[in-house]
Design a protein. Structure first.
Length: 196
């Protein structure tokens, strides 16, 4: 997933969803008002905890899935109060939160690229991570900062430097033979989680 910051401080989305939203903005002639777009783990967890309190008798809160399972976390969902469903549908955005056949979250839309009638318009190189383009923007940054790919490469080189000095590092974190896993195994596990 390549994260793309949305114009107007509206948050972030996965690049294909962000490209679709840019086409929506162009069609309606202004930036679509977005209450929330992509969410990170902590944001999703806060929403989920509020929803759990609601289920236990607390104040109203919208439906929220556990962290790791919300489409917001994958950058393919937006919440908006603008009533332009027909336009959003043409661009691949659809309501998805129904209970017993009744739409319960009319503000929530999820992006499905297979239903985007305008996907071939505009920039078709969305999967390319070019550090100097808008698809390569770092989180909270600009095109003048490093891309996420560059940051991961830097992290990878630092991890490799740590591993080269594994014997010393292992002694510093518990001594030789006193750990269940080697530092190399720990570093490899971190690298797998980061996808590097």
């Amino acid at each position: 997933m390549i994260i793309t910051q949305l114009d107007g401080g509206r948050g972030w989305l996965d690049s294909p969803a962000a490209a679709s939203l840019a086409r929506v903005d162009a069609e309606i002639g202004h930036l679509l008002d977005i209450n929330e777009a992509g969410r990170f783990f902590d944001q999703q967890n806060a929403h989920y905890q509020r929803y759990q309190r609601f289920l236990a008798g607390g104040p109203w809160a919208p439906i929220a899935l556990p962290p790791g399972s919300s489409i917001h976390e994958f950058g393919r969902a937006i919440d908006t109060d603008e009533q332009i469903t027909t336009v959003l549908n043409r661009h691949g955005w659809f309501h998805t939160v129904y209970r017993n056949g009744v739409l319960v979250e009319p503000w929530h839309y999820e992006y499905d690229y297979t239903r985007d009638q305008h996907i071939t318009e505009g920039n078709n190189n969305m999967a390319q991570d070019d550090s100097n383009s808008w698809t390569g923007q770092r989180l909270g940054g600009s095109t003048s900062g490093p891309s996420i790919t560059d940051l991961l490469r830097e992290l990878n080189s630092k991890v490799d430097a740590i591993v080269l000095d594994q014997a010393f590092t292992k002694q510093q974190v518990g001594g030789s033979g006193s750990r269940d896993t080697s530092l190399r195994q720990d570093v490899d596990a971190i690298k797998r989680k980061l996808g590097v």
